[in-house]
Design a protein around this ligand. Structure first.
Ligand SMILES: Nc1ncnc2c1ncn2[C@@H]1O[C@H](COP(=O)(O)OP(=O)(O)OP(=O)(O)O)[C@@H](O)[C@H]1O
Length: 255
């Protein structure tokens, strides 16, 4: 694991605990978790259902406050959402009454970016993710994979330096999922933004996460930070290294 204090880290999580309150009773979701995420790297969060992966992502987004410990992003303690952090939720959060291009430009509109530069940026992003032809469709007229790409395009339109994704490809069929995983790697290689994703899939975590944060069962504690330098290598899925990691993570999570 890289040093928690290194200036190369964009995100530093230290002694982080998260609790919910139900009927005035504290329900711990995460307990004293510490790790760091280097700038421009990819990180996958895995662990059993209910171990606090989504809660951790919400805290990293600044939308949820921890009950203990701290999160630093770019050297500053996070106390509110940052403009350059984008969060993609499981249902993509698209507005059904707005067309693809309007959905992608939504965040920019909310931030008061003028029509002309906004439309320029939306066009560029839609072309980048191969959605320009579909710009006038409504979300209901798209496939699940296309909808997910609109969600990604909307996040990229913000020009984030930190992209947080909660199980981004979980509802997609295997082939569409692999295509989008490739596309995400392509975006990451071009833009070198920091990407943190929650996933239930061990294979997805290995394919996409240069660092894999493994959490134990509820309340989630840090079990291990696995370094995975093969991410982005050609044909990584078919390498012995990939299969070895997959066996290792499977055995860790089944204990
Ligand atoms: N709003 C809430 N109120 C009370 N408890 C909650 C709330 N949201 C989540 N929890 C609890 O906190 C714990 C962590 O939930 P979280 O959704 O972060 O886990 P997760 O690892 O993302 O789960 P999954 O893999 O099933 O999506 C769970 O025990 C869950 O029941």
């Amino acid at each position: 694991m890289n040093s928690l204090n290194s200036a190369d880290n964009q995100v530093i999580v230290q002694g982080l605990s998260v609790s919910y309150f139900q009927h005035k009773k504290e329900v711990p979701a995460l307990k004293e978790v510490s790790f760091a995420i280097p700038r421009g790297s990819t990180c996958a969060l895995i662990g059993p259902s209910g171990c606090g992966k989504s809660s951790l992502l919400y805290v990293l987004s600044g939308l949820m406050r921890p009950s203990g410990g701290s999160v630093m992003v770019d050297g500053e303690t996070l106390t509110a959402p940052r403009l350059s952090t984008a969060l993609i939720l499981q249902d993509y959060g698209l507005l059904p009454w707005k067309k693809v291009a309007e959905n992608v430009g939504l965040g920019l509109e909310i931030r008061g970016i003028k029509r002309e530069p906004r439309l320029d940026r939306v066009k560029r992003i839609l072309q980048e993710v191969g959605l320009w032809e579909l710009r006038n469709r409504y979300p209901s007229q798209l496939s699940g994979g296309q909808r997910q790409r609109v969600g990604i395009a909307r996040a990229l339109a913000q020009e984030p330096d930190l992209l947080l994704m909660d199980e981004p490809f979980s509802s997609l069929d295997a082939l569409t999922r692999e295509t989008l995983q490739e596309q995400l790697l392509h975006i990451w290689k071009n833009k070198r933004i920091t990407i943190v994703m929650v996933t239930h899939s061990i294979e997805e975590a290995i394919y996409l996460g240069q660092q894999i944060i493994v959490l134990s069962g509820s309340p989630g504690r840090l079990l291990e930070v696995v370094s995975n330098p093969g991410v982005g290598n050609a044909d990584y899925r078919n390498t012995p290294e990939f299969h070895k990691l997959s066996t290792m993570l499977r055995s860790k999570l089944s204990r």
